[in-house]
Design a protein around this ligand. Structure first.
Ligand code: FES
Length: 218
């Protein structure tokens, strides 16, 4: 028995060969595990790139949100410039008001729905005045009706119009008849619920205005 046991026992050479084989197998397993992890990492990295790319705003989106510079040097009193190049996809109206127009805007008008610009969403603080503007003679508005987004028309003359016998100048929306005065304030009992929005803006000279940028957003 004892002899048989001794016969079955591995020799020193066999033991060494066995240990070496086990070591090689271990190395292969580590290699395979490492290779699999590396391939997985590459796969995850490859999949992550499109997500990262999609988080970054596109050049087009950045351009759409970028400030727009407008030269108003050729704008004559009483005229409107616009629609100008769009800001954030919205047309911008720039009007130059005469002293007579400013007088009309300063008169109390019981027909207006929000004469004192109490809806703070519709303009920055510096446009909370009868002219809804930084400079009384220059008005800057988003040219979209606050009802369903048509573009209102500019009717500057103080005279009876088919849509208003007592028209004092302003904007008329042809889609459903909403009316706004010369500072974009909506009249009562029309479909549009709010005054025309005033975008953030600032003057960088007497004749150049930047839309979409002011002291807060610069
Ligand atoms: S969209 Fe202007 S009144 Fe309806």
């Amino acid at each position: 028995m004892s002899q048989g046991y001794q016969d079955d026992a591995p020799t020193a050479e066999q033991l060494a060969a066995s240990i070496e084989t086990e070591s090689i197998n271990k190395q292969r397993r580590y290699f395979l595990i490492g290779a699999t992890a590396a391939i997985g990492a590459v796969g995850i990295g490859g999949a992550a790139v499109p997500f990262v790319a999609s988080w970054a705003p596109s050049a087009k989106a950045r351009a759409l949100g970028a400030p727009v510079t407008i030269d108003i040097s050729k704008l004559q009193p009483g005229e409107m410039l616009g629609p100008t190049p769009a800001w954030r996809g919205q047309p911008i109206f720039v009007v130059s008001r005469t002293p007579a127009m400013l007088e009309v805007l300063e008169e109390p008008n019981p027909d207006l729905a929000d004469p004192d610009s109490e809806n703070l969403e519709q303009q920055p603080d510096y446009a909370r005045n009868p002219f809804r503007s930084r400079r009384a003679e220059i008005g800057v508005y988003v040219g979209l009706c606050t009802h369903l987004g048509c573009s209102p028309k500019y009717y500057s003359e103080v005279r009876p119009e088919p849509f208003d016998a007592n028209w004092k100048g302003g904007f008329f929306c042809p889609c459903h008849g909403s009316r706004f005065d010369l500072s974009g304030r909506v009249v009562k009992a029309v479909p549009a619920p709010d005054n025309l929005p005033v975008p953030p803006y600032r003057f960088i000279s007497d004749s150049v205005v930047v839309i979409g940028q002011d002291e807060e957003t610069a």
